[in-house]
Design a protein around this ligand. Sequence first.
Ligand code: PCA
Length: 327
Amino acid sequence: MRRKLLKSVTMIGAALAMSSGVASAETWDMPMAYSATNFHSATGAEFAKCVTTGTGGSIEIKTHPSGSLFKGADIKRAIQTGQVPIGERLLSGHQNENALFGFDSIPFLATSFDDSAKLWKAAKPTLTKILDEQNLVLLYAVPWPPQGLYFKKEVTSVADMKGIKFRSYNSATARLAELSGMLPVTIEAAEISQAFATGVAESMISSGSTGYDRKVWESLTHFYEVDAWLPRNYVMVNKDSWNGASKANQNVIRGCASLAEYTGLYRSIEYTQFTLNGLKAGGMTVGPAGDKLVSDLKEIGVTMTTEWLDKTGSEGKSIVDAFKAMK
Ligand code: PCA
């Protein structure tokens, strides 16, 4: 009897030890703002798998795309305050808190994937420092394809844009709308199909990718390739969660992040033409913006560049100078 009791006590002890072993494995919920089918979300899902496998399951990352856990605008705060340990957000979405975050949304500064990589190299140390001061560790960043203009009519000059309701996604896009006489309204990508269908918005600047993901051909008719800039999404970790991870796990996360940055960029490049073809297949007129529209937009670009440099002072200027020195 006594032996039997001892045996069952030992078994319970073993079971408890095992369950506490399981309890020490952490789940890191990772909110993401864009649809599950988007290439950033696909890259994030692979990154999550890489970390889960690489840490032997001691850190399991679980992605939540489409703004399902936190909406895009709330993701950074949720990570900073430790509500979630990790997440992805559009970097220039924070331009309203510090203009330096808008380095990648300066019209016509970096308009190709190559230049976008150089600009990122020039800006990364400053951005890493700003995020660090905000209790955040920068992991990786991936550019969207070049930005073009969507309308539901033919547009050949900025004058044609007057009075149009324009969906914006950061301060730069709202400013672009103002300077071109349009009416900006901020809407997350996850909600644009409905905004266009109901007429809350009738135009936007974005990549072919977002128009394709949200099937905008159901409401819009024209996409003009402008190649205005290539904004980035980035993945960040709460600094306390980061410091709580072992050195070995931090190394795994860094390795998976480099891989994600590489494959994400590759996907973005591949997705560019694929999604423009998709817009065409959906019935839209897709092509380069005409000369007059481009020269009008470049004038607006000059104003926006001056405004950005005024706001960011010597820090902004050193990013632009470092970028230009690489060209
Ligand atoms: N898609 C995102 C940001 C840039 C892009 O191409 C969006 O429209 O919200």
